[in-house]
Design a protein around this ligand. Structure first.
Ligand SMILES: [Zn+2]
Length: 410
């Protein structure tokens, strides 16, 4: 079937959504349930209605547009929330490509038998409490205690932010009860890394999504005067952290190459130039596409931290903030994507996703699949985020053909 998406229309949608939440400091700031996000939601709902899709919203604010059919739903989408000062492609390409595909299917009267549904999930970026609030609510994977006690990154309780919306913790917890049976969930996303661009491939078919452990850790020592305390009598929490940062990276790079460990946020206290630091708090993020490796890393990185602590006269503590398990994409979905890509004549490569996505959460209730497109220099979560429109056109055409095939097969 020689059917293609309308790139001009898709481009116009992406540009028009990117006007909502323009930040004077650069890029787009549209965290879920902010004023700008509420505006973007209204914009998307209008688009869904104008496309002739049945509009639906669940108790977590996830937005859907549906074409009715028989059997389990074939779903595609992503998210329209952004990080603070984010780019215009992360998330939006997934939602708006799905919208464009469904518009083409409807306007051409293309045959399909199963229901097709577009999905836009709340707070994928984790500006509120943990990542994937919407998709976790949708799949029934949320913990009420976490929602009630968790603080958002704005320092407020989630309930305070919900007050400006029609949603409550109860409605979020119940959102999964409104979920239809889903056969497959497909998501187009920017790669957020440099591999496709380096390999000069317009399309990446994802074969697995890395799992993650995010912990908040601390080395505790003793504050003392920088001029009078000899090195051997110091309990320098920052040196403990520096030592651990180097050793943990070296360990993962030599014993588990291909897996990741990152210390991205550090607070050193008391934070004065003339005082030996007594406390070093830091985030510890480690990722792997293998659950066994994640568990092994958890044990060995802890042993390493304890070792550094005891050598340097420090105390080490750690608590889990967030975790996701790795997901393998079903071979059936990968094969269909490969076949349709070949039919369309598009070069592609198979690659893992090091970043987490809604598709990873949806994998607990459906066969999940992901299509990546390159982003310039691998940059994402930044006003500099950029893609080539012709890459998005190919990915959206691929999505269209995969959707039609899945929705027609018995
Ligand atoms: Zn995203």
């Amino acid at each position: 079937m020689d059917i293609r998406i309308n790139l001009d229309r898709l481009k116009e949608d992406i540009e028009s959504l990117s006007q909502i939440g323009r930040d004077p400091k650069g890029g787009i700031t549209r965290p879920s349930f902010s004023k700008t996000d509420l505006e973007a939601r209204d914009w998307l709902k209008e688009k869904i209605k104008n496309a002739g899709l049945a509009l639906r919203q669940d108790g977590a604010g996830n937005i859907f547009g549906r074409l009715e059919g028989k059997g389990k739903t074939i779903m595609a989408g992503s998210h329209i929330d952004t990080v603070i000062n984010g780019g215009k492609f992360d998330g939006s390409v997934g939602v708006l490509s799905a919208l464009e595909c469904m518009r083409r299917i409807k306007e051409e009267g293309l045959p399909f038998s199963k229901p097709l549904e577009l999905a836009s999930f709340t707070d994928e970026e984790g500006n509120l409490v943990g990542d994937f609030l919407g998709s976790r609510a949708f799949t029934g994977l949320l913990n009420r205690d976490f929602l009630e006690k968790g603080l958002t990154q704005f320092g407020t309780a989630l309930t305070e932010i919900l007050n400006r919306t029609e949603f409550t913790i109860d409605s979020i917890m119940d959102a999964h009860q409104q979920r239809p049976d889903i056969e497959a969930f497909l998501e187009i996303h920017i790669e957020q890394g440099p591999v496709l661009e380096t390999e000069n491939k317009p399309i990446g078919i994802v074969d697995c999504i890395a799992g993650k452990r995010y912990r908040w850790c601390c080395f505790l020592g003793k504050a003392s005067h920088s001029g009078t305390t000899p090195f051997e009598l110091r309990h320098d929490a920052f040196l403990g952290l520096a030592d651990f940062a180097l050793k943990s990276t070296q360990y993962v790079a030599t014993k588990h190459y291909g897996n990741m460990v990152t210390i991205g946020k550090v607070n050193v206290r008391p934070g004065a130039f003339s005082i030996v630091p007594s406390q070093a708090d830091f985030s510890l993020d480690f990722r792997s596409t293998s659950k066994e490796t994640l568990e092994e890393l958890e044990k060995s990185l802890f042993a390493l931290a304890e070792d550094v602590a005891s050598t340097r006269g420090l105390k080490f503590t750690s608590k889990i903030v967030d975790k996701t398990d790795p997901v393998s994409i079903p071979p059936r979905i990968i094969d269909i994507m490969k076949e349709e890509c070949e039919k369309l004549g598009y070069p592609f490569m198979i690659l893992p996703s090091g970043a987490g996505h809604d598709a990873q959460i949806l994998a607990s209730v459906a066969e999940a699949g992901m299509i990546f497109i390159p982003c310039l220099d691998g940059i994402s979560h930044s006003p500099q985020e950029m893609i080539k429109w012709e890459d998005l056109e190919k990915a959206a055409n691929l999505l269209l053909h995969v959707l039609l095939r899945l929705a027609s097969s018995s």
